[in-house]
Design a protein around this ligand. Structure first.
Ligand SMILES: Cc1ncc(COP(=O)(O)O)c(C=O)c1O
Length: 386
């Protein structure tokens, strides 16, 4: 028998779209991939070189369960340089990607039926992490008219004695939008009184902001967990490196989770992470400029094609476009676009009920491919209109 918790896990629909796209490719179709949230850039050369050097130099063993001290120091330095916040290396837990970090934070915070406030729409996997450790995700809708930012007053309405955490993700997947400073402050204030919930801030898209400036939750409160990783900013998805910055009392309990479940993150990739933080600045700046050019192009083309984009996204590499004029069922629409236009897109329903009617387009693909994808979409829409 498969356990109830495992059986109840929902699939990550965007992966279903991708898998169908791969099937079509095997049968000879040419697909433009705008569904996946993965940088198309090669990992920076300095990062790859550091990983190879580390392997040569014998970094093939377990490390300290919290992560190599030098990497934890580099993370603290990075947070200090970027946000002027003081974090100690003994508050950092290095993990194999940010996904295990998300799991450990919820495992450390939640007992059965404890609640976590998440925006709707949200990154598809959050509720599954919460439910797997027997907590309950409590959705707070965010609206296109607000640029999909939380309304702090709606969070407050959902808070009760069971609320253990308020989850934020800015810039956000799937919307690409940022939380404004005043809303972040208002959310941080909800966590201020002793005994109130912690804020958990997924900062994985930090650094990929093209207008305005992102802020770390640690600028507003220290009753917060920061989740971050190297996958997006440094194009290191397959190398699997992430981290948590946790309030001091949670570190030892989370260290025990790491020791038991994961032992340590990969040693040679931790060395590569140090190089990423210290040497990859120029690579990041180059990738960011290119993402920005693609962002502008994609927004303009999607608007021309009649998709609704009320507040233009300024971060991450996604455009969350309103497609309600085309269909109510974004799942069917995404698969129809895939089959007929040969363009992979992520259906809004993957990101929560309030995402229904939207499509997420990723611009982590070349300008040339994005242009081709938009042309195919134009033909698809023309055919539908006939
Ligand atoms: C918002 C968000 N958080 C976390 C992750 C997980 O990233 P990783 O485990 O590669 O660090 C993703 C991946 O798409 C994401 O979009």
């Amino acid at each position: 028998m498969i356990s109830k918790r495992t059986a109840e896990m929902t699939s990550f629909i965007v992966m279903d779209v991708l898998e169908r796209a791969h099937e079509m490719e095997r049968a000879g179709s040419h697909i433009i991939h705008l569904e996946v949230g993965e940088p198309d850039f090669d990992t920076p050369a300095c990062v790859k070189a550091a990983a190879c050097r580390a392997l040569e130099n014998g970094h093939t063993h377990y490390t300290h369960s919290l992560g190599m001290y030098e990497l934890r120091e580099a993370i603290c330095e990075y947070y200090f340089q970027t946000y002027q916040v003081a974090v100690e290396p003994d508050q950092v837990i290095v993990t194999s990607g940010s996904s295990p970090a998300i799991f450990m934070v919820f495992a450390a915070l939640l007992d059965q039926d404890d609640e976590v406030i998440v925006s709707d729409p949200h990154y598809a996997c959050y509720p599954n992490f919460i439910k797997f450790v027997q907590g309950r995700p409590v959705a707070v809708p965010v609206y296109e008219a607000d640029g999909f930012q939380y309304r702090p007053e709606l969070i407050k309405e959902k808070m009760n004695s069971k609320t253990r955490a308020i989850f934020i993700n800015s810039p956000s997947n799937p919307t690409g939008n940022l939380l404004s400073e005043d809303r972040m402050q208002a959310i941080a204030d909800l966590a201020a009184p002793a005994g109130s919930p912690h804020i958990v801030s997924d900062e994985i898209y930090h650094g990929l902001v093209y207008e305005g400036k992102e802020h770390s939750i640690l600028e507003y409160t220290d009753r917060a967990f920061v989740l971050n990783g190297f996958s997006k900013l440094f194009a290191m998805t397959g190398l699997r490196l992430g981290y948590v910055i946790a309030p001091q009392p949670f570190v030892r309990p989370m260290q025990k989770l790491q020791q038991n479940f994961f032992i340590s993150a990969n040693a040679m990739i931790q060395m590569a992470g140090i190089a990423a933080l210290k040497e990859a600045g120029d690579d990041v700046a180059r990738m960011k400029d290119i993402y920005n050019e693609r962002r502008r192009f994609m927004i303009a083309r999607l608007k021309e094609l009649g998709f609704g984009i009320t507040v233009e996204p300024t971060g991450a590499f996604y455009v969350f476009a309103n497609a309600k004029h085309l269909a109510d069922d974004s799942y069917r629409l995404a698969f129809d676009i895939l089959e007929k236009a040969r363009v992979g897109v992520a259906p809004g329903i993957d990101f929560g009920p309030n995402g229904e009617g939207y499509l997420r387009f990723s611009y982590a693909n070349s300008l040339e491919n994005i242009a081709e994808g938009m042309d195919r979409l134009e033909n698809y829409l023309a055919e539908r209109a006939k």
